[in-house]
Design a protein around this ligand. Sequence first.
Ligand code: FES
Length: 321
Amino acid sequence: MSSGAPKIQARVTEVTAVNELIKTFRFVPRDGGPVPPFSGGSHIVVEMNDNGTRRLNPYSLMSDPSDTTGYAISVRRDDCGRGGSLYMHNHVEPGMEMTISYPVNLFPEDTRARKHLLLAGGIGITPFIAQMAQMDERNAHFELHYAVASRKLGQFGDELKRSYENRVHLYYDDENIRMDIPALLRGQPLGTHVYVCGPKGMIAYVHDMADKAGWPKGAVHSEEFLAPPVGEAFTVELAKSEKTIRVGATQSLLEAIEAAGVDAPYLCRGGACGQCECDVVVADGDIEHNDHWLTPEQRASQKKIMPCVSRFAGERLVLDL
Ligand code: FES
């Protein structure tokens, strides 16, 4: 498996501040041609050279899938993150040339569903913006419930309300206007599929409540890209490549492997797709498993690691790379 999806040499044509935390970026191909088609729920990986550190961050596409002139993403600024969102906010301007990947869809709609119940929290709205355009286009039955911290951060909700009217329901934490997830899950017609994208706690809660309410597992869909966490620096030996590398505090293990010139597979770079799964040869210490791909048994065995998000603390880590 080669590393990641094929690349597109792109130019940034628009950067728009949506509110104090979110900016929207639009990319078009440098060669002036159309962008590869995508379906709602897809993401692209954006490559950045952040002061010498190469970052490749996944972002959901929010543009209309029928628009082949370019792609739009939104990035929420995270002042305590590793730096990717700050790079996008502080350095990316119209006219800048960047490399992005072809779209990959790990969060597609299930077109067999009789109704689509979309539950979004915060920046988790972005894949739904593209999905709703697609569903509307083919007259699919959908309903969006979208929670944000305050009206000040609710611009996407306002726009969606204007477009889709009573199919959109908005909730504001600071006004105590809350989404009643158990009630929403109870009141759906047979054949409904539920989709959730938002904070980790919201996703876990929807899965838990859907389980308790007897929803079939295949009718509950979620997407959560985990940003690789920061942590203590650590050293890793790559057995096949015969290299010993250092993973910096704000670097992911995958980024460190790539920086050492070793080709490692990936797709989502967020602990979700399973593509980067790697065999562990020696783990004398604790693997900090941050993915939601490996089973509890695999984690406990310390024989597997997902380098895109997981870290290590201990004496020695040797990978089969
Ligand atoms: S690249 Fe998808 S889980 Fe690591």
